[in-house]
Design a protein. Structure first.
Length: 161
């Protein structure tokens, strides 16, 4: 029995068209930056007031929220699910393992839009911002991701010189 075909470009386009302030974080963002990592899901950090619009955009892909917006705000996170899985962070700020508070607004201000095709734009944090998000849990795979992101960051710095 064939699985459900998920159109990633249409998903990203729906989010962009909705006007939601959404940052793709995690390994899927690293893939868009050209890093050789594997992942099976999507991770977004969205503005806390944009939950309903984000859910509406994702609904076009038959993704269903695990919590209503008010419950998601209280929890600081929720997921969207069908055959795909999308983790959604909605906290105003999240601490790193060493206690540094990282805010959505800080990462949004330094975002970098990645144009995949006409009408398909995905916002990701700066490389430094992605490194901070990897420090939320600092699991072994996050530490390897940080190493790769630091290489990318140092290559970008060398190119700027």
């Amino acid at each position: 029995m064939p699985g459900n075909h998920f159109d990633e470009a249409a998903f990203f386009q729906a989010i962009h068209a909705s006007g939601v302030r959404a940052l793709l974080i995690g390994r899927r963002a690293m893939v868009l930056l050209g890093l050789p990592v594997l992942t099976a899901d999507y991770d977004f950090w969205i503005a806390i007031d944009d939950i309903a619009r984000f859910n509406e955009a994702a609904g076009a892909m038959d993704l269903q929220p695990t919590h209503e917006p008010d419950a998601a705000r209280r929890r600081g996170r929720y997921a969207l699910e069908n055959d795909e899985h999308v983790d959604v962070l909605v906290a105003c700020s999240v601490p790193t393992v060493d206690g540094r508070a990282v805010t959505f607004e800080e990462l949004w201000a330094a975002r970098q839009p990645i144009v995949l095709s006409e009408g398909v734009v995905v916002n990701v944090p700066s490389v430094a911002g992605l490194i901070l998000t990897k420090r939320f849990a600092a699991r072994p795979k996050d530490l390897e991701d940080i190493r790769l992101l630091q290489i990318l960051q140092s290559e970008a710095s060398a190119d700027d010189e």
